[in-house]
Structure formats: C-alpha cells, structure tokens
Design a protein around this ligand. Structure first.
Ligand code: AMP
Ligand code: MG
Length: 511
C-alpha cells in the first residue's frame, strides 16, 4: 500500500549532532487498529491525505492507513525516526542514562501558525535507551494520557496533545496481561530539564550550548541570541513559563504525580500524564501515585518541586550565564528566588478570577487561604465548590446547592464548619459588592471554574470499558471534557464526585 497521508516534516531536532539521539525505527505491531484520530489537531499541523486519496479512499482505507502509520508499522515520507537522549532526577535520585525508552520521535514540522511541533510515537518498541523495558505501552495509560492532555488543552493550559491512539493487537505484560496500544503525542518539543542534564553530566559544554541555542530559536525567539545575557534570559523565560504552568495545575486541583526532571519541559508545556489526577475532595497533602510513597509530589509540594527542578536546570547552564562562577550562581539564585514569587503571583491571579474579582487587592490572599483551609477541613469537593460558588455571588442568593456539598459521604463537616463557611461567604459577597464586581461575577466565574474535570473514576471507567472492547465510554468522556466550562444537563452526572464505592485512591504510571 502506498502512503497517501502527507505529514510536512522538516526535522530540526534530527539536524542536531548525532550524540543528541539514537536513530531507531519503530518495531511493527501485529494487528494495528485505529482507536481515535484527532482530525482538528491534524489540520492544525498541516497533516492530510493527498488529493488523489481524499476522493478515492474510503474511510475504512484511511483508518487503516492511519493505524499503520500511528502504530509505527509504516514510516511516513520524510520522517526521521529517533529516540532522544536525556537524563533525569527521579524522585530526587539522579539517573544519568534515561532517554526515550518507549518513545520514538517521527520528526518535527512547522504547523499552520509557523510553530515547530514534534510528532512522537509512544509504545512503539524498544530503543537503545530501553534498559530492561519492553518499549511498549498498555492500552490504559494510552487512553489516560489522551483524555488528560486533551482536557488540559480544553482548560487552556499549555500541554502536549494527543494526535492518535492505535491498539496494537498484542498483549503487554505488566502485573498481568494487558492489551497494548501506541499513543501519538504532539509537543512544542520534547526537550526536558533532563535533556540539559544529560550533556552537562557528560561535561559536554558544547552540546549544552547547542541545545540552548536550539531552545532559544524554537521556543523563545524574542530573546536575542547575541545579547550578553541571552542564556540568563532563556533561563528566566523558562522559569516564568513553569511558574505559570504550575499555578494552572494548582488552581485546577491537578496533581502531576511524577515531577521528575525528565518530565519537565523547557517549553512550559505539561508532559507525561502518568499517575496524575485531579483532586475530588480538597486536601493539600493529596497524593494519588502508587509510586510516590513519601508524597514528594503531593499537590501542595508542586511549586517547591518546580523550583528544585529548575535549580537542576540552572546548574547545567551556569557556564553560559557568566564565565565567573560566583556571578553565574548569583544570577541563577536571583531568578530561582523570583520563580517562587512569580508562581505565587500567578496562582493568586487565577484564584482571584475563580472568586469573581476583577483585580487583586490587599487581603485577597488571606481570603483565599481561609477558604482553602475550610475546604480542607471539610474535605469538600474542590471543583464543584467553585462551580457552585458562582451561583452565590449576589447578596441573598440561594446557598443550598453549595452547602449541600458538605453532606457528601466523605466530607468531615460539622455545624461549626458550616457556620464558618457561611461567614466566609458573607465576607466574600461583601467584597464583591464593595468593589462593584458583583454584577458580572457569575459569568466570569462560570468561565473560570470548570463544570467538568477528568475525574479519576470516570477515567478508570472509560479504560475498563475499552479493555473490554467498548470505546464508547472513552468517546463520551472526551465529548464531555471538550467544553468543560459549559454546563450541559445531559452530562450532569459527570460533574459529580465519585460515590464511595467508585473512588479511585491510587493511580499507576503503567510503564
Ligand atoms: P516515564 O515514567 O514515562 O517518565 O519514563 C521514565 C523512563 O523510563 C524513560 O526513560 C522511559 O523511556 C523509560 N520507560 C518507561 N516505560 C518503559 C518501557 N515499557 N520500556 C522501555 N522504557 C521505558
Ligand atoms: Mg517521562
């Protein structure tokens, strides 16, 4: 079969020196079948069928071809398949040799906006970086990543995207036997903090600089490479992007779960949706990941871990900041300190939007923190609380639906807590009123506080059905999450937290 799908690869990463990657082809799978193809994203990327095919090919044929290509069985024209080299701190421990062990970059291209984007297969077979792994991916993690990253995108958070999911027709062995699948991920790039670490650890300053130049040109073209402090500016720009990204996670109640330095991009996109989860009941110490035994990556630790990871990035860039080491360290330290402020400020701005205020004022931080303390004490559903709060912005508005949340089975509410919450609501309404923010608050809040998040039990339900061959639950969940800020009565049950028997307490990365 000749290839009729056109992907306009131009492959900038493959033009970097050989030691940045290993050229490797995907290992074919037995019986690829298309689960889902993201046509809207494909269009953005300029991917399409050649004219001769679009009229002559049936949709069965094109599904077949998409399955062949996005399983790795067929290599599209002009692809330059490779596995990227990187290192990383995993749970604080340095691992000098990681790299794409189960992912293969097909290539990169300029999208319709002129932005360079990577197209990568995940679960496409072994590479020189696979160590003892099989290079494969079970179906569950593929669907999970598909759902989570597309939901993140719908929330407006910078993220890698899902282009395709294909079942492999093969089993993969994990705890038991699971159906296999291949995921196609699109990213601004797959360059991580760990990519810089890889070269710095090998004392390959030339490669660090080449990588930094690539990142400058690709992600931060507004920085003039000829400026004396171009690399310091680069580091600052990366820190600002990460400050915003983590603030977004925090305001949405998202826990990444594996914030290793190899899972942190320099583009500022969220990547690697493994054991991640959105919180139902609010508590700052929440951890879902089965492998995060000490809670290193707990919800509330994410800003500090972001800073820790960026400090590891700074270490790799010090020689580029300044020839004088002391000055270079001072530069890095100042930016890392600022990161904490940027992160906090970005989070405050998101939280004040969640509360319907048009601008931040003195005292707002205390107001926000007091509310979160009440939510934590009562283990109140984070997402639903803010969604229903939007109905309560005007004095005298009905609070029943909001306060009903305190009666959910897992809540630890008392009459005293309810009373304090009522006082808080009075204060908040008064603030809205005093600032003249009351009138537009409801709509502003509805646009900021999602009705739908990919709740764990819904993701688990979609995966379980798909493992039995029924993809309709997965499809429906994607539909629900496509417009998360619009309440739709037909999807009302998706807004609800899990019943006690539906609760998912642990998530797995499924590698
Ligand atoms: P992750 O947990 O996806 O961030 O992966 C951490 C590291 O383990 C990366 O270098 C992956 O490529 C590698 N890895 C994870 N799963 C597999 C697998 N099934 N086969 C080979 N390498 C893997
Ligand atoms: Mg990873």
């Amino acid at each position: 079969m000749s290839v009729s799908l056109h992907i306009p690869f131009s492959n900038a990463y493959a033009a970097l020196p050989d030691r940045f990657y290993a050229r490797v082809l995907p290992t074919p799978v037995k019986n690829p079948a298309l689960i889902r193809f993201n046509s809207a994203l494909a269009q953005e990327l300029g991917i399409g069928f050649n004219a001769a095919c679009s009229s002559a090919c049936s949709s069965n044929n094109s599904d077949n071809e998409l399955a062949q290509i996005f399983s790795g069985n067929q290599i599209p024209d002009n692809a330059a398949p490779l596995a990227m080299a990187y290192s990383g701190h995993q749970f604080g421990q340095l691992n000098p040799q990681l790299g794409d062990g189960r992912a293969i970059l097909l290539g990169d291209l300029l999208d319709s906006q002129g932005q360079r984007r990577d197209i990568q297969l995940k679960g496409s077979g072994r590479t020189p970086f696979s160590r003892s792994g099989d290079g494969r991916s079970p179906l569950g993690p593929v669907l999970r990543e598909y759902i989570l990253c597309e939901a993140m995108h719908a929330f407006g958070v910078p993220t890698t995207r899902a282009l395709a999911a294909v079942s492999s027709g093969e089993w993969v062995i994990r705890d038991g036997r699971e159906p296999g699948a291949v995921f196609t991920r699109v990213a601004a790039s797959h360059i991580r903090v760990g990519t810089f670490q890889y070269f710095a650890l090998r004392r390959d300053g030339e490669a660090v600089q080449q990588l930094a130049d690539h990142v400058l040109a690709r992600h931060y073209p507004h920085i003039n490479r000829n400026d004396d402090d171009a690399y310091r500016q680069l580091f600052e720009a990366i820190c600002r992007k990460q400050a915003e990204l983590i603030a977004q996670w925090m305001q949405l109640g998202f826990i990444h779960g594996v914030m290793n330095t190899d899972n942190m991009t320099v583009s500022g996109e969220a990547i690697d949706y493994g054991p991640c989860a959105f919180m139902d009941a609010y508590h700052p110490e929440t951890v879902f990941s089965s492998i995060d035994r000490h809670g290193r990556y707990a919800y509330q630790n994410q800003p500090a871990i972001g800073q820790w990871n960026l400090a590891r990035l700074a270490e790799t860039l010090l020689p580029l900041f300044n020839a004088d080491e002391k000055t270079a360290v001072e530069n890095a330290t100042a930016i890392l300190q600022d990161f904490a402020l940027w992160q906090q400020q970005a989070w405050l701005e998101h939280m004040r939007e969640k509360l319907g205020f048009s601008a931040l004022q003195n005292g707002d931080q205390a107001l926000i923190e007091n509310l979160l303390a009440l939510l934590a004490e009562g283990r109140i559903d984070y997402t639903l609380f803010f969604r229903r709060l939007s109905d309560c912005s005007l004095p005298g508005s009905e609070r029943t639906a909001l306060l009903e949340l305190l009666n959910m089975p897992e809540c630890r509410t008392t009459a005293a807590l309810e009373q304090r919450l009522n006082h808080w609501l009075d204060d908040w309404q008064q603030q809205l009123n005093q600032r003249g923010d009351g009138d537009g608050a409801e709509q502003r809040m509805l646009n900021k506080n999602p009705a739908f998040i990919p709740r764990n039990h819904r993701v688990a339900e979609a995966i379980a059905a798909a493992e039995d061959g029924d993809y309709s639950v997965f499809e429906r969940l994607l539909q629900v999450l496509a417009e998360p800020y619009i309440s739709k009565p037909e999807y009302a049950e998706y807004a609800l937290p899990p019943k006690p028997e539906e609760k998912v307490l642990r998530t797995f990365c499924g590698t």
